[in-house]
Design a protein around this ligand. Structure first.
Ligand code: DC
Length: 227
């Protein structure tokens, strides 16, 4: 059973995906963490985010290891735990450029498919339902208004001790939306057959409830099929 949850930054995907995975008792794969890990490595190795060939070589030589835990995924690269290091502003500033290269995506997607081919998962990102796993049992496109996503992003930053102006955060979220949805390789879009959920006025628990009930519907329908 694969549940794919895609959507723009700040829609609440990771909180919801983690909650759904916990409730279904399956593993969670944060696909963005893999692009972040490669970006972290590129920064360490002084590989420019524009150098597609070098990034591909780096990805091939250094498999990213994902270990699902109750607290989310632990991420390792070259044996080093980078779970916290991939969340820094330095990584955030370059990950869009790194993840826009088609051949970089091919490498990362191959690793994601290898993981998802073993067992049951809830996975979130930008292209899980469109590219990584178009045959997922349930595809969800989770979104929220730009204002609400910016508000959540600002609250997240504040919780981590970073105070930022509302207008600056809004512009940052708008820029990321534009970069993720207009890039030529696997742009963010709604997968065929995806259920669209707008979380602007729903908390994460309510969205998780909704997705778990959709999974139950899918399971019932699968069970009802002859043969
Ligand atoms: O979800 P996130 O913020 O951790 O994602 C980091 C970056 O990686 C973001 O700029 C979009 C990109 N990404 C992607 O291109 N495809 C995915 N499946 C997941 C993330």
């Amino acid at each position: 059973m694969i549940v794919a949850i895609d959507g723009p930054a700040g829609a609440g995907k990771s909180t919801v995906a983690r909650a759904v995975a916990r409730r279904l008792g399956v593993a969670y794969l944060d696909t963005g963490a893999m692009y972040r890990a490669l970006t972290w490595l590129a920064l360490e190795e002084a590989v420019p985010p524009s150098d597609e060939d070098a990034l591909v070589a780096l990805a091939r030589a250094n498999p990213i290891e994902i270990e699902p835990t109750d607290d989310g995924d632990r991420v390792r690269v070259t044996g080093q735990d980078v779970t916290a290091a991939i969340r820094t502003p330095a990584v955030a500033a370059q990950v869009s450029e790194v993840s826009a290269h088609p051949r970089v995506r091919d490498e990362v997607v191959a690793a994601q498919r290898a993981l998802l081919s073993q067992g049951s998962w809830v996975s979130d990102g930008r292209d899980v339902g469109t590219v990584v796993c178009p045959d997922a049992d349930l595809k969800v496109f989770l979104t929220a208004s730009l204002q609400e996503r910016a508000r959540r992003r600002r609250a997240d930053l504040r919780a981590r001790g970073v105070e930022m102006d509302e207008a600056v955060v809004l512009e940052d979220v708008r820029r990321r939306d534009h970069a993720d949805s207009t890039r030529s390789a696997s742009p963010l879009r709604i997968a065929q057959g995806a259920v669209v959920i707008d979380s602007s006025e729903l908390d994460a628990d309510s969205v998780a409830d909704l997705i778990v009930s959709l999974v139950e519907d899918v399971r019932e329908r699968a069970g009802a099929q002859p043969g």
